[in-house]
Design a protein around this ligand. Sequence first.
Ligand SMILES: Nc1ncnc2c1ncn2[C@@H]1O[C@H](COP(=O)(O)OP(=O)(O)OP(=O)(O)O)[C@@H](O)[C@H]1O
Ligand SMILES: [Mg+2]
Length: 281
Amino acid sequence: MSTNSGFGDGNTLPLGRSSGTSTVHRGELDRERNVSVRDLRKSFGDATVMNGLTLEFEDNAVTTVLGPSGTGKSVLLKHIVGLLEPDSGRVDVFGKNIWSMNENARAEMRKRFGVLFQDGALFGSMNVFDNVAFPLRKHTEMMEEDVRDVVWNSLREVGLEAAANREPGALSGGMRKRAGFARALVMQPEVVMFDEPDSGLDPVRTSLLNDLILQVHEQHQGTYILVTHDIETARKVSDYVALVWQGTVIHYGPTAEAFESDDPFVQQFLTGSSAGPLGMD
Ligand SMILES: Nc1ncnc2c1ncn2[C@@H]1O[C@H](COP(=O)(O)OP(=O)(O)OP(=O)(O)O)[C@@H](O)[C@H]1O
Ligand SMILES: [Mg+2]
């Protein structure tokens, strides 16, 4: 794992799950990786979106999935959370094929995930505190007093204590992302997925959010999967980079290796250049 976060001191955050405490990571007991996708195929009508995609995500690392718009990144995440069923291929989570389990088992599995979808998806009618508390109130038997402790810790962690009583409509884009992040983290998930955490944010807020992601990952560990268009986000945040194009992975490997690659596809991707083998289709 890279330690490029600059937050390696680990003594500033309130939730006490450091990389040294192994008890929380049920995934570590499994021989299989937490998340692996094999030969995933999915079409919508005539359009093939997943075209034999295979990817084993590294545990306790941040993997960035990069790829052009419409290439199937969000569809990939939806398969991993079990919201979309593959036409063929398999998605294994915590060592089990999620489509060979029943809906109840899939729902249990999802409790071990924290997901931040592209639009933040906060409940507009609930204030930030209740949004963050929602998964705990819905999925656990936790006493309200304990819920409050956990939620305040999460809000402190993302720097949103002062906004606890505000409704999402009264937050800036960056604050909404942080609130979504707090909600994604509140169940202490082993797998955290972000769909474009940086969309709609200015460069400074993107950079701050990236720092926050690294800081929280350093503290809690877990398998982080992050979809982004932003090359700098990929460079800064990820241990591994996966480049997705036309429904398959065209490159996967450690971040430094990807950025040093002389493969023209990889270079074009990572420089965002219009010149090269990748076209608009
Ligand atoms: N439920 C659906 N029904 C039909 N088509 C869909 C569905 N979900 C996604 N698609 C199509 O699948 C393709 C891939 O969509 P996806 O949202 O995964 O792209 P993406 O890589 O996340 O793009 P972006 O970077 O713009 O978010 C698109 O052409 C989209 O229209
Ligand atoms: Mg998307």
